[in-house]
Design a protein around this ligand. Structure first.
Ligand code: GRF
Length: 190
């Protein structure tokens, strides 16, 4: 299964996936490229470090969506890499028709909340402010509804009295780094 990692920033989820691959824990998945919409994304540095090609691709002039022309360029680039699964690993941009049509039921996303609770921006902050006693992360199929596609897996994280927003955030990120490689490995052997 040929996998593309799409991201915008730090790349800690991408790193967890690349580590899992190094450790033989990614099933039959191969990471064929890292694709960033931000030329300064630290995630791009993972390419040389893990021996995977890493590219900046222009998303167009908007902050949270593609221009339609550039979304087609992204779709064609991923098609030319013969990608079987597109993984949104910290990709801060809404995916629309050009990519959804080119990769029907082949795009997954990780979101840092127990969906359907707290979709959209800042899932961890939303969870924290709601004062609930647990949060977590969800991997789901990507559809035209933001964070609304069918769930592939979740990890729950309890919120203790001793937690601060920082410690709660760290626990959720640690859970993400377990969940996303696990789901990719599972999909690769279906
Ligand atoms: C993660 O919390 C992910 O759930 C969200 O954006 C964050 C990206 O972090 N979509 P990183 O770039 O993988 O470190």
């Amino acid at each position: 299964m040929r996998v593309a990692l799409l991201g915008s920033g730090r790349g800690s989820n991408a790193k967890a996936i690349l580590r899992a691959k190094q450790n033989g824990q990614l099933g039959r998945a191969d990471i064929v490229g890292i694709f960033c919409d931000n030329p300064h994304a630290p995630m791009l540095k993972l390419g040389p470090r893990f021996g995977v090609p890493a590219f900046f691709l222009d998303p167009g002039p908007f902050k949270t969506k593609f221009s339609p022309e550039q979304e087609s360029v992204w779709a064609n680039t991923l098609l030319s890499h013969q990608v079987d699964l597109v993984v949104l690993a910290g990709f801060m941009r809404v995916v629309k028709t050009p990519l959804l049509n080119a990769f029907k039921n082949k795009i997954i996303n990780i979101h840092p909340s127990l969906l359907p609770l707290f979709p959209g921006l800042d899932g961890i902050g939303q969870t924290w402010r709601a004062d609930v006693n647990e949060g977590g992360c969800t991997v789901h199929w990507v559809t035209d509804e933001v964070d609304g596609g069918q769930h592939l897996g979740q990890i729950r994280v309890s919120r203790e009295n001793s937690d601060t927003l920082e410690t709660f955030t760290e626990k959720i990120h640690a859970a993400e780094h377990v969940l996303l490689p696990k789901i990719i490995a599972e999909l690769s052997v279906l």
